[in-house]
Design a protein around this ligand. Structure first.
Ligand code: NAD
Length: 363
């Protein structure tokens, strides 16, 4: 039976960039990829149409789909809504309803864009790191939490850093499996010298490693990992870590690449069903101008094919097509530099599809 993808364009530039990714998907279907897809409303667009950012009909379709491709949500017009009705609530709702506990954030910098990084080009050229972040546990969710006033009138704030064995095991399995699809090197990041919970994290990761003898496992304290990311980022293949450390490290790694419009992400459940989206937001400042960079969304589609649909070859074909348009010097405004050719959202999408159709007719 063919797999089903749910398309959630969302708000702002969402419909423009997702539109280009869907045309790429159509090209792959024409080349033999066996999938079907349907659309649904999410975020501000859903609020305007039905009074809620995550309508029940969208949630039902999301539960039934094998994978979800999301643009972005949010915009000025919904900023004054009650927090429970804001577009961003839909993302949290989808993550928790679908138990998307594993966040995969690649930081990839093609050599053509090495000058966009704040680091020296030779440090980041061809950078390709994957950060696997636990997304639904750790200190962001641990109980008890709060701020209390002590008898002497002093305030005391507290959060709880907690992981269960099963939570660590399931994220470790995702990370090892991802490493198997790459260079087979996994670095687990913790603070095992200070925090008991991450000492346990380390022991469990070592235990899980026995199932993956082909993957080389190393460990690093988070303070050192943040230094190493800036000092010599290319030493890493896959990094796995908890929610808070992953939040910080994945943003640092993204910045190494210097171009927010290029980076995809995935959030997966235990059976590798996932929601895939660019790391950037809905960019309301450039909405409707046909200048947004669609490549992060197109690369999110490649991740979807790789991780949820197991279609490695189609995923690679997309990544190679993106590389070839960059090689040809095509750039949207956000990554444009002197000597390259500035193109619109739709022209960039069309160029990727042309490169894909060439690779399809050659295979
Ligand atoms: P943003 O990522 O939307 O934009 C930041 C800057 O990057 C803007 O100048 C924008 O024009 C630019 N930019 C972003 N994506 C681009 C692309 N593909 N091509 C070219 N330029 C691009 O972040 P923001 O401005 O802080 O937030 C705008 C809205 O997006 C807010 O409502 C916020 O809540 C929402 N948001 C949504 C998500 C999501 O849906 N996952 C994530 C972050 C922010």
């Amino acid at each position: 039976m063919s797999k089903n993808i749910l398309i959630l364009p969302g708000d702002g530039i969402g419909p423009e960039i997702v539109g280009e990714a869907v045309k790429v998907l159509d090209e792959l279907i024409a080349q033999g990829l066996d999938v079907s897809y349907e659309n649904a409303l999410v975020g501000g667009a859903a609020f305007d149409a039905c009074g809620h950012p995550l309508p029940e009909t969208t949630l039902k379709k999301a539960r039934e789909a094998d994978a979800i491709l999301l643009g972005a949500v949010g915009g000025y017009e919904w900023e004054s809504l009650d927090i429970s009705l804001r577009p961003e609530k839909a993302l949290l709702g989808l993550r928790s309803e679908l138990e998307l506990f594993a966040n995969l954030r690649p930081a990839i910098l093609s050599r053509q864009l090495a000058d966009a990084s704040s680091l020296k080009a030779e440090l980041v050229e061809d950078l390709d790191i994957l950060i696997v972040r636990e997304l639904t546990g750790g200190i962001y969710f641990g109980q008890p939490r709060g701020v209390e006033t002590l008898e002497n009138g002093e305030k005391r704030g507290f959060n709880t850093y907690v992981y269960t064995e099963s939570e660590v095991k399931r994220i470790a399995h995702v990370a090892f499996k991802a490493a198997q699809k790459r260079q087979k090197r996994l670095c687990s990041v913790d603070k095992a010298n200070v925090l008991e919970v991450t000492e346990m994290w380390r022991e469990i990761v070592i235990e899980v490693a026995r199932d993956y003898p082909d993957v080389e496992l190393t460990h690093m304290y988070v303070d050192n990992a943040s230094m190493q990311l800036i000092r010599e980022p290319k030493q890493f293949d896959v990094m796995v870590t908890g929610n808070m450390f992953g939040d910080i490290l994945s943003d640092s790694a993204a910045m190494l690449t210097g171009s927010i419009g290029m980076l995809p992400s995935a959030s997966l459940d235990a059976s590798a069903k996932g929601m895939y989206e660019p790391i950037h937001g809905s960019a309301p400042d450039i909405k409707g101008q046909n200048i947004a960079n669609p490549l992060a969304t197109i690369l999110s589609l490649a991740m979807l094919l790789r991780y949820s649909l197991n279609e490695e070859q189609f995923a690679l074909n997309i990544e190679q097509a993106v590389n070839s348009v960059l090689d040809a010097g095509l750039r949207t405004a956000d990554i444009y530099t002197d000597g390259t050719e500035k193109v619109s959202t739709t022209e960039m999408g069309q160029a990727v599809r042309s490169a894909l159709s060439k690779s399809g007719s050659n295979s």
